[in-house]
Write a protein that binds this ligand. Structure first.
Ligand code: NAD
Length: 292
């Protein structure tokens, strides 16, 4: 079997075109433009690239975006005060604090400070807790992007064996919960898992987010598996690869996402989606307040 390759760029493009229409409708019908504030503390080069891409994607889709750049030595209280102001600003529907933060700032405290209904990254405990009960308001963007890719490719999830390799708070764990919510049987593997292949070979759907190039080889998967590679690794020769041996595994898989061009374009797309949802929820709340 040779796998069909998922075109994440095309799926992201299609979704962004739909979102642009939703935004245009919000503007013309209700005079509301969804808005996001991105806070960047310090000058981490990778963070600067991520933030620039997010801001560009917002512009392209019609979302108002504002960048709040703070120096690396910004005291924690100053950052919290900045978040307070954005929480109170009705033109801002989403607040994103780019991670990592400088070591003198407590990440959990900062994330908890963002109003849950503006937490478009989905990292506030309220939204994380909602993943357990299946009613999170803002699913975290990368696993949400994977879910959308699976939906777009019409991959049946209910009753299937899903193996998630990687158990981070931002990708692996929420991914597992989101697919469990869709009635998959889910196993989560991590770096202490003994005999990874024993698990991966049971997968109907394999999601890999470990950050280890070549971690998943063809002999570790079953014929016909659906493989989603979340990993992004830069090799010494400059190439960007995922965690899956694409050449080998695509000979056995039925469907596979490449790196680059698979999950990557979906992550920012889901940030756009969450920001629009936040603006729409704000509008619905206003309507309820007027009625009441
Ligand atoms: P992380 O370092 O926080 O977590 C990695 C997880 O993988 C851990 O749970 C660890 O136990 C597990 N792991 C590490 N080595 C392993 C091994 N040999 N076998 C099994 N499990 C192993 O990383 P993260 O933030 O979750 O990101 C994971 C990967 O996904 C990275 O390559 C990252 O760049 C990429 N990523 C991509 C996107 C995107 O938009 N496509 C977004 C976020 C992260």
């Amino acid at each position: 079997m040779t796998a069909r390759i998922i075109d994440g760029k095309a799926v992201a493009r299609k979704l962004r075109a739909e979102y642009a229409e939703r935004i245009a409708d919000l503007k013309s019908t209700h005079g509301i433009q969804p808005g996001i504030a991105v806070i960047l503390v310090g000058d981490n080069p990778a963070s600067q690239v991520y933030v620039r891409n997010k801001i560009l994607a917002c512009k392209d889709t019609g979302i108002h975006s504002e960048l709040h750049k703070l120096p690396a030595d910004t005291p924690e209280e100053t950052l919290l005060a900045e978040i307070d102001a954005l929480n109170a600003n009705p033109a801002v529907h989403g607040i994103l604090v780019q991670l990592p933060l400088p070591p003198h700032i407590e990440v959990a405290k900062v994330l908890e400070h963002i109003a849950p209904d503006k937490d478009v990254d989905g990292f506030h405990l309220y939204n994380v807790g909602g993943l357990i009960t299946g009613n999170t308001v803002f699913p975290p963007c990368t696993p949400y992007g994977v879910q959308k890719l699976l939906e777009h490719e019409q991959v049946e999830i209910s009753g299937r064996n899903v193996v998630v390799v990687g158990a981070s708070n931002i990708v692996g764990k929420p991914m597992a919960l989101m697919l469990m919510q869709k009635d998959a049987t889910v196993a989560i593997c991590h770096k202490m898992t003994r005999d990874l292949a024993q698990f991966t070979s049971l997968a109907d759907i394999l999601v890999v987010a470990a950050g280890v190039p070549g971690l998943i080889r063809a002999d570790m998967v079953r014929e016909g598996v659906v493989v989603i590679d979340v990993g992004i690794n830069r090799l010494p020769d400059g190439r960007i690869v995922g965690d899956v041996d694409f050449e080998g595994v695509s000979q056995k898989a039925s469907l596979i996402s490449p790196v680059p061009g698979g999950v990557g374009p979906m992550t920012i797309t889901m940030l756009l989606h969450n920001t629009i949802v936040s603006a729409e929820r704000g509008l619905a709340a206003q309507g309820r307040a007027k009625q009441g």
